[in-house]
Ligand binder design. Structure first.
Ligand code: ADP
Length: 447
């Protein structure tokens, strides 16, 4: 195991990694921007280093500064968390070149899977069904129109380098294709410096189901079952749960096996999430692989009683997976609500500011992954997701009931958050009946 690592991230995930390090006896070095200098979680790390000003480009995204911090503090490896540099293959390569371990897959695996077009090819090679769509990049709107007519509308234009729901456009006919193609391409250029666009058939009313995998450097790969992340707003997840309540045992096994097959195509080592869409007839289609730990990993931890961050540290340090697939068992049901500092009355614009009252919920079955506390400022510079409220109980119905109670207890004042929206969803008849798809928020919430 490593003796000392650096965490190239902030907020709840930085704290989550510090906690895993402490339990494994690994020293942790936190980095922070000037905007985060008073964050209390920094005191829990063994050391904390300022890496620059508030602007993430000059701090959390600044590779030379992060590498300098790692060299000065003499760490053996860097954990990138999620977001920021976590899926930047150039960063993984720089770490490799500097002799610093990267707690994630190799730059090569990341490159292969980070491009959604290339990842589709890898899935096909593994004989895993992908969403019907283009063979590769679509160069212009004429090519897009031709293919869309062949596949049949509606289709979805997607950015090969996309993430966070950006660069996607659902298109219903030839006329809207012309404008949609240009705007998707421009958004992809602006957001990812990569305008590569491809087409998929738009799956109507799907469930989003993803499989957690961890692979070691000896070529072993295990799955930790699946998560359902169907509750989304603008293709961004808001509520996640494990296990997926629409799968039967056979479908679950098929899905998990498919995920392992995809990961094994690339000599992968580390944590990976293989994402699928499940259509109304229970056919599943591969969409992408995320080569990092995901925001929603705690629901998997709760139902499998495994610590995924510790597994990341173990496999990155060269340890092999010393458990067998049959040792990983599903127990109960877990749901996570993402608490974002956003104002629903202003189209979910970020709602930064000082927290005057902070009363997190507790009691049996409740886990809070957050760096918030009373009196602290929520910074306007970074992602608005500030807390993850996770509930684990024996049955889905009990989890819903505990989550309702926990959301009712939760006070974060006077900041506007997604707590009321989560409450509305969790209490919705269709949510408890498990009768919903990715359009649930759009269709059923009074926004
Ligand atoms: P990102 O990497 O930006 O998160 P994904 O490819 O993971 O993008 O897709 C995010 C969400 O967008 C999916 O969970 C789903 O709700 C929707 N989506 C993506 N592809 C399709 C598709 N082919 N048909 C229907 N919905 C889709």
């Amino acid at each position: 195991m490593f003796s000392r690592i650096l965490i190239a991230n902030r907020g709840e995930i930085a704290l989550r990694i510090i906690r895993a390090c402490k339990e494994l006896g690994v020293q942790s070095v936190a980095v922070y921007s000037e905007a985060d200098k008073d964050a209390p979680y920094l005191k829990l790390a063994d050391e904390a280093v300022c890496v620059g000003p508030a602007n993430a480009l000059e701090s959390y995204l600044n590779i030379p500064r992060i590498i300098s911090a790692a060299e000065i503090t003499d760490v053996e490896a860097i954990h990138p968390g999620y977001g920021f540099l976590a899926e930047n293959d150039h960063f993984a390569e720089v770490c490799e070149d500097c002799g610093i371990g990267f707690i994630g897959p190799s730059a090569e695996s990341m490159r292969m899977l980070g491009d959604k077009v290339a990842a589709r090819e890898i899935a096909k090679k593994a004989h895993v069904k992908t969403v019907p769509g283009s063979e590769g990049e679509i160069k212009d709107e004429n090519e897009a129109i031709k293919l869309a007519n062949k596949i049949g509308y509606p289709i979805i234009l997607k950015a090969a380098a996309g993430g966070g729901g950006r660069g996607m456009r659902v298109v219903h006919n030839d006329i809207s294709m012309r404008t949609a193609f240009q705007s998707a391409k421009a958004e992809a250029e602006a957001s990812f410096s990569n305008g590569k666009i491809f087409i998929e058939k738009f799956i109507v009313q799907p469930r989003h189901v993803e499989v957690q995998v961890v692979a070691d450097k000896a070529g072993n790969a295990l799955h930790f079952f699946e998560r359902d992340c169907t509750v989304q707003r603008r293709h961004q997840k808001l509520i996640e749960e494990a296990p997926c309540p629409v799968l039967d045992d056979k479908l679950r096994e098929d899905l998990c096996k498919a995920a392992i097959k995809v990961v094994k195509q690339t000599e992968y080592a580390g944590a990976a999430t293989v994402e699928f869409l499940l259509d109304k007839d229970k056919n599943f289609y591969f969409i992408e692989v995320n080569t990092r730990i995901q925001v929603e990993h705690p629901v998997t931890e709760m139902v499998t009683n495994q610590d995924l961050i510790k597994w990341q540290l173990k496999v990155a340090s060269g340890q092999t997976l010393d458990i067998r697939q049959k040792d990983i068992k599903l127990q109960g049901s877990a749901i996570e609500c993402r608490i974002n500092a956003e104002d629903p009355d202003r189209n979910f614009a970020p709602s930064p500011g000082r927290i005057e009252t902070f009363i997190p919920p507790g009691g049996p079955g409740v886990r809070n992954d957050t760096y918030l506390h009373q009196g602290m400022m929520i910074s306007p510079y970074y992602d608005s997701m500030v807390c993850k409220l996770i509930v684990h109980q024996n049955t889905r119905a009990e989890t819903i009931s505990t989550m309702t109670r926990a959301l009712d207890e939760f006070v974060v004042d006077p900041i506007k958050t997604t707590i009321p929206l989560c409450r509305e969803i969790i209490n919705h008849r269709l949510f408890s009946k498990n009768d919903f798809d990715t359009s649930f928020i759009e269709k059923h919430m009074q926004l």
